[in-house]
Design a protein around this ligand. Structure first.
Ligand code: ELE
Length: 217
């Protein structure tokens, strides 16, 4: 694998593989073997959500012990989340929505940001601050592929990582859209596989995800 550039841009994050895994970790002990399994399957941009008390320690452990992975923090909602994630070693930030303070915090920490958007006004607000590689969340609930197609007119230069309701059965249809760089999803790291330490299952899911190709409807 080519070494990831430093500092990372949002384009580096979304162009690395067809899928960014959205990860919820309850236990620090699971973080490193899980990250190794994902990397072994061909997925190295890892979004660890800040939804659990263990999340920051998990990011710290992956950053320290799995140099082949590039760990980022998801569910960043406040500037303080960005600062804590940076201190833990996160290399990029993903947020479910956008406000300028979050953008400023990421710039201040030198971290790439994929801001979450679900409307034209939010795309414009993020664009005003210089963000043109965006997370589309919650993708399926907010309008899915049809909304992305509609946005490709007025926002032809913006690229998206749709996330929310995406699975191996519909990912290819999203990936076929010209304004989709990659998709995000939690299916690569099922809670059960994490709890059982079923690393071969996670590696196999990562391998399938890394091999996903655009699939026109
Ligand atoms: O935590 C965040 O920052 C989010 O924005 C939510 C996640 O991206 C989705 O929960 C993933 O969706 P599923 O793949 O449908 O499970």
């Amino acid at each position: 694998m080519v070494r990831p550039p430093f500092p990372l841009t949002a384009a580096d994050v979304v162009d690395d593989a067809p899928v960014i895994p959205v990860i919820v970790l309850e236990e620090v002990a699971r973080a490193v073997p899980m990250a190794r399994a994902l990397v072994a399957g061909g997925i190295r941009m890892l979004e660890v959500t800040l939804r659990t008390p263990a999340a920051l320690e998990c990011i710290r452990a992956i950053a320290r012990e799995v140099p082949e992975a590039v760990v980022g923090a998801g569910t960043a909602r406040r500037s303080a989340d960005v600062q804590a994630a940076a201190r833990a070693g996160a290399r990029f930030i993903v947020s479910p929505g956008y406000h300028p303070e979050l953008g400023r915090a990421c710039r201040g920490e030198g971290l790439a940001l994929l801001p979450g958007v679900a409307t034209a006004s939010e795309i414009m607000a993020a664009g005003e601050d210089g963000f043109e590689v965006l997370k589309f969340f919650p993708a399926s609930a907010a309008g899915g592929a049809a909304l992305l197609q509609a946005w490709s007119g007025p926002f032809g230069d913006v690229r998206f990582c749709p996330t929310g309701g995406i699975h191996p059965g519909n990912a290819g249809q999203y990936l076929a859209l010209p304004n989709v760089a990659c998709v995000g999803g939690s299916w690569l790291t099922p809670a059960r596989a994490l709890a059982q330490g079923d690393w071969p299952a996670i590696e196999a899911l990562a391998r399938e995800a890394a091999a996903l190709r655009p699939q026109p409807r």
